[in-house]
Design a protein around this ligand. Sequence first.
Ligand SMILES: Nc1ncnc2c1ncn2[C@@H]1O[C@H](COP(=O)(O)OP(=O)(O)OP(=O)(O)O)[C@@H](O)[C@H]1O
Length: 437
Amino acid sequence: MKKTLNLIDPIDEWGSMKVDTNGRLIDISAEFCENFSINKQDWIGTSINDIIQGTFNRKRTKVLFGVIFGYSCLVKVSKVNEHQLYRVIVRQDDIDHVEMISFMNSMDSSKMKKKSSFQSRYSFEEIMGESPAIERIKELSARIAISNSTVLLTGESGTGKELFAQAIHGLSSRKNNPFVAVNCAAIPDELFESEVFGYEAGAFSGAKKEGKPGKIELAHHGTLFLDEISELPYQAQGKLLRVLQEREVERLGGTANKNVDIRIIAATNRDLKTLVQEGKFRQDLFYRLYIFELKIPSLRQRKEDILPLAYYFINYFNEMLGRQVKFIDVKLQEWLLNYEWPGNVRELKAYIERGMNIVEGDTIMMEALYFSPSESAPQRERESAPLLSLEEAVANAEIDAIQRALQEAKGDRTVAAQKLHIHVASLYRKLSKYNLK
Ligand SMILES: Nc1ncnc2c1ncn2[C@@H]1O[C@H](COP(=O)(O)OP(=O)(O)OP(=O)(O)O)[C@@H](O)[C@H]1O
């Protein structure tokens, strides 16, 4: 049976290895020995390079994809004092290859934001693109980075707003403190306050005995990135305003306020001004956020970045998948340049990833980007199916469409929402309504 990947907190269930400064194994956990059927004593002193085989560049990453004793694994590397700990977080017999690659990709970039607290991973050098439009935004962002002001990043979904948020944090004086990202669309309304503001012991039934700090407290001395701020529940908007004004936070069920030193970077792909006019977003909060607006241009507004970005992702997946693609076929280049890219850079990356999984040779062609008919959702047998109530029929149609969009988007919910022409928050609601993964 496939395991559900919990991107928020991957579980360390395959065991770990401790490595010294020379890359030699000094300890292996009992779970690791058991799961990989090895005898600890036989392997102590061995080089980690002989244990993990793969093409991934180990120096540059904290998450590796490699083969360990015949199993494809994802391994998380962290520093423990002067040693390094290699934790096997996913093993391929649990999930399929493509899912593993997507998982790896998500650990590596945007979805990493769902981890509670970590340092930023991107600098401006890693934001690809040399079009005047993107260069201008990079310059402005770098200037804003050194101040402590609130920043509002606007732009269509997939344009790189989170990348900019991380780069701004990385250039600020807070860079050695946490960058905590909250996707306001992804947290159900009823959990929002406890997740973001934290709670005290016994605040509600099911609460942890010792209480829990919220994301705001976790971002103390660092940056709090509020992605999809337009989806912030109305009640939470008032509480957030108080945090911004007073720089203090009150946990749910708490009586005392705690001082917090945070910088807020918010992002949205919706027009907040319109939401204010419609009474869906508080005007006072809007003005608190609307201090520096950075508008990230869509990909179709900077077509000169399309091919450099495509090659950048080809190199990325060459390294990850052990491919040696060097060229983009002329027909495909034309198509890439003429496509509208509603999902922007994220969509381009997903297309290239798709192609790189099936490409043969050194040139990626048009065909590699198409879905084969066998992959589309199976057709319902109309005649033999019993007549359903309209409500059931609509639900079935929605489920089919969502599953298909998720399949085409390879599990990326934002891209799937774009394909369905709905907001990602509605997609999350429907996923929860139909109990879909
Ligand atoms: N200029 C860029 N250079 C390299 N990678 C990029 C660039 N822009 C975006 N990406 C990649 O595209 C994907 C989407 O970027 P990101 O999550 O920052 O977009 P976003 O605008 O925050 O999207 P959303 O509004 O849906 O949250 C990520 O995988 C990111 O690494």
